[in-house]
Structure formats: structure tokens, C-alpha cells
Design a protein around this ligand. Structure first.
Ligand SMILES: Cc1ncc(COP(=O)(O)O)c(C=O)c1O
Length: 408
């Protein structure tokens, strides 16, 4: 088993305390397990992936091919090519209402949104610093904070409040050591969207306490019902203490291109540029030209993907809610549902991790256990897969829980 191997490796190779502090992403572990079944030819319904199942839009791929043909294959400036930095600032203003428009000196292009968050944490969080992370949380936040030397402080969000982060809860968790608050709206894994007025209050709390707000906008354009794409950078009153981590991965179905950005006050961008200059250097040159086309080109493909996600969301939500003992809040954004399956836990299946394991073994359905997101008793199901696979997956999940109840 993996933990034993890693303990051995730590001893054998004397890995640093810094790297021993963190662990492999639990979502990756599930995906790897599902891959083993697939490699054996098993028909797995894979609800694991945190990525769009759509191909990258054609015009974006064309731009990359053109960049290749024009030999744009050399190093670029560390923070990214100038037209892309400008285009990101303009795109953000046009699509998320940032005002005043960010300046290119307030923008750095990174190798994905995760890289932006990692670099921002490394630039601002040090030993003993506390970072407030709303739970359930995206798996990487605690490990990134720990790697930077900080201490994650979790603030629980509640299912009966649709998992929305509240300013009062943030303020209660602030201490003299708090350095940063991470907000993720729409949220992975819950799909929760923080209402704009609450977001304004959260930012106000941060500013009053001199704490940084890092807003992860990775799913900004996937919102449903009354929820609309929103950025805290559109609020009046200044942007000191605000950082925005953005990504091309989900919005433009570009996960493999590794394109993201950080928008922040110029001195923060300078610090992150310094860090990047000594680690990854620039993000891939060709991918930058693809991202430039994404930011400047039409947004139709985003609307088409959203419409399809909307249909899938409806189907999977209704399907899960029809299973006895399963409850599920309606996600206002992203492409995940986060059902509570705690009524099905028993001596044979005591945890959500055991449920996920048995679901894969017995019904060949891959999901991520809630424990990975700091939420025992839940499963994360990604509906970034076809309606047909969703129907098949629902059939299997229902059979699984019906049979498990019968075994009791
Ligand atoms: C909440 C959240 N933030 C950031 C990311 C990072 O995405 P990327 O590094 O592909 O831009 C992800 C990816 O799953 C995510 O779910």
C-alpha cells in the first residue's frame, strides 16, 4: 500500500520535512484506482474528474497551431507575454466587472490556477501564519498552506445554508495570526456560490483586520439559476488586500494547457514573478497564445457548455434525491453535486471512503469521498460527463445503496 512505501521513502531518502508535510491529492488517488479498472477493460462510470469533458474550442486550438507554425516556441517574459496580460485584465473587466480595470503590472500568467494559488501562498504565508479555509474545501488549499509554512484554520459551512461562506463565521475565526482567507465561489466540491452582498461583507472583514482575501474564481462562469458570474474585484472601495486566482482550465475546457493567472497589487505580482523566475519561468509559450485567443475571442462555447452542465445538474440532482437515505443540496455553480450519504454508513461501510471504495468495486462507479474535502459522510460526484453516463451511473448508485440497505 502507498503509505508504507512513502514512509520508507522518507526514511531511505531523508526527504525534507517541508515535503513530508504534504500528501498526494486524494482526488488523484481515486482517479488512479479507477484507471486500474479501466485498464482491465471494465466499464467504469467515472464521476471523479474535476475537468470538463468538452474539447478545447476550435478557435483556441487553431491559435496554438498558428503559434507553433510561427515558431513562438521560445522563452517569454516570466509574467507572460504582454498582450496576454492585457487581454486577461480586459477579459476580467468585461466578463466579471473588475473596476477599475486591472493593469498588466497587476497580472501574472501562471501554469494553471493552482500554480497561482501556490505562488501567492508562498509569497505571503510564512511559519505560524494562519489561513482561513472554508470547509468543505478544495483538496489542495490545506496542503499549499502547509507547504508555505502556514496553518490551515477551517471554517465550516452548513448544508442547510447551501454551504455558503458567511462573513460572521470568517470574522469569528480571525486571530492576530491570521494572514489570509481563501474564498472559492463557485465552490469545489459543494457548488456553493457566495451571494455578492455576503462577499462584500467578507472582504470588508478582511480589510478591517488587515487580512488578505484570496478569491479563487476558477469556476466563475459556471453558475445556475439566480447565481451569476461575480468577482469581488467589481466591488467599489479599493482592492488592497485582494488577490484573484483565475484559470482557463474550466471556463475554456483547457485543463491540460496549464493556463492560469493571478491578479493582485503590483508588489505582490513582482514577488510572485521573482519566485516564478527561479522556478517554472514562463508558462508554456504556445499555450499563452491559445489563452490569448480564449480571452479575446467569442464566449459562445462557454455558454454552450454551461447549458449542457445545467441539463446534467438537473438530472443528477433529481436522480440522487430519489434514492432513499441520500440528501443533496442544489449546487448554484461549478459542475459537482455533493450528496450526503451518512444514512448509509454502517459497520460494513463505516466511512464515505469505504463507500467510495465499495462503489468502485461492486458497481464500477468512481466518486471522490467527502473526507478528501474535509466533509465526512459525503461523496463528490462530477457531472462533467455525458447525460447517458449519468443515467447509467445513477442506475448503479441506486442499486448499490438499495442492496447495501438490504444487507443490513
Ligand atoms: C477550486 C479549484 N481551484 C483551482 C483549481 C486549479 O485548476 P488549474 O490549476 O487547472 O487551473 C481547481 C482544479 O480542480 C479547483 O477545483
Amino acid at each position: 500500500m502507498e503509505p508504507a512505501t512513502s514512509v520508507k521513502a522518507e526514511e531511505l531518502f531523508q526527504l525534507t520535512e517541508r515535503v513530508n508535510r504534504i500528501s498526494v491529492s486524494p482526488t488523484m488517488a481515486v482517479l488512479q484506482e479507477a484507471e486500474k479498472y479501466k485498464a482491465r477493460g471494465v466499464d467504469v462510470v467515472d464521476f471523479g474528474p474535476g475537468e470538463p469533458d468538452f474539447p478545447t474550442p476550435e478557435h483556441i486550438k487553431r491559435a496554438a497551431i498558428k503559434a507553433l507554425e510561427e515558431n513562438r516556441t521560445k522563452y517569454t517574459a516570466t509574467p507572460g507575454i504582454a498582450p496576454l496580460r492585457q487581454a486577461i485584465c480586459d477579459w476580467h473587466a468585461a466578463n466579471l466587472g473588475s473596476s477599475p480595470v486591472f493593469q498588466p503590472a497587476e497580472c501574472i500568467v501562471t501554469a494553471g490556477g493552482k500554480h497561482a494559488i501556490f505562488n501567492a501562498a508562498c509569497a505571503l504565508v510564512g511559519p505560524g501564519d494562519e489561513v482561513i479555509i472554508p470547509a468543505p474545501y478544495w483538496v489542495s488549499y490545506p496542503d499549499i498552506v502547509k507547504y508555505a509554512g502556514g496553518k490551515p484554520v477551517f471554517v465550516a459551512t452548513q448544508p442547510d445554508d447551501d454551504f455558503r461562506l458567511r462573513a460572521a463565521a470568517v470574522e469569528k475565526a480571525i486571530t492576530s495570526r491570521t494572514r489570509m482567507v481563501i474564498a472559492n465561489s463557485p465552490c469545489n466540491p459543494t457548488g456553493a456560490v457566495i451571494p455578492p452582498d455576503e462577499f462584500a461583507k467578507i472582504f470588508d472583514v478582511c480589510r478591517r483586520h488587515g487580512v488578505w482575501l484570496l478569491s479563487d474564481e476558477c469556476y466563475s462562469h459556471f453558475t445556475y439559476g439566480n447565481a451569476k458570474p461575480f468577482s469581488v474585484a467589481s466591488l467599489p472601495g479599493g482592492r488592497d488586500r485582494l488577490m484573484i486566482a483565475g484559470s482557463f482550465s474550466k471556463t475554456f475546457a483547457m485543463t491540460g494547457w496549464r493556463m492560469g493567472y493571478l491578479l493582485a497589487p503590483q508588489p505582490i505580482i513582482a514577488a510572485v514573478t521573482k519566485l516564478q523566475s527561479q522556478s517554472t519561468s514562463n508558462a508554456t509559450s504556445i499555450a499563452q497564445y491559445a489563452a490569448l485567443e480564449a480571452a479575446k475571442g467569442p464566449m459562445d462555447s462557454v455558454g454552450a457548455m454551461l447549458a449542457e452542465y445545467g441539463r446534467r445538474r438537473e438530472r443528477i440532482l433529481n436522480g440522487l434525491r430519489a434514492i432513499p437515505g441520500v440528501t443533496c443540496t442544489a449546487p448554484a455553480g461549478a459542475f459537482y453535486v455533493f450528496p450526503n450519504i451518512s444514512a448509509h454508513l454502517n459497520a460494513n461501510m463505516p466511512t464515505d471512503t469505504a463507500v467510495a471504495k465499495q462503489l468502485l468495486e461492486r458497481e464500477h462507479v468512481a466518486v471522490v469521498p467527502g473526507e478528501a474535502f474535509g466533509a465526512p459522510g459525503y461523496l463528490r460526484i462530477s457531472y462533467a460527463t455525458s447525460l447517458e453516463r449519468i443515467e447509467e451511473g445513477l442506475r448503479r448508485i441506486e442499486r448499490f445503496f438499495t442492496q447495501s440497505a438490504g444487507r443490513q
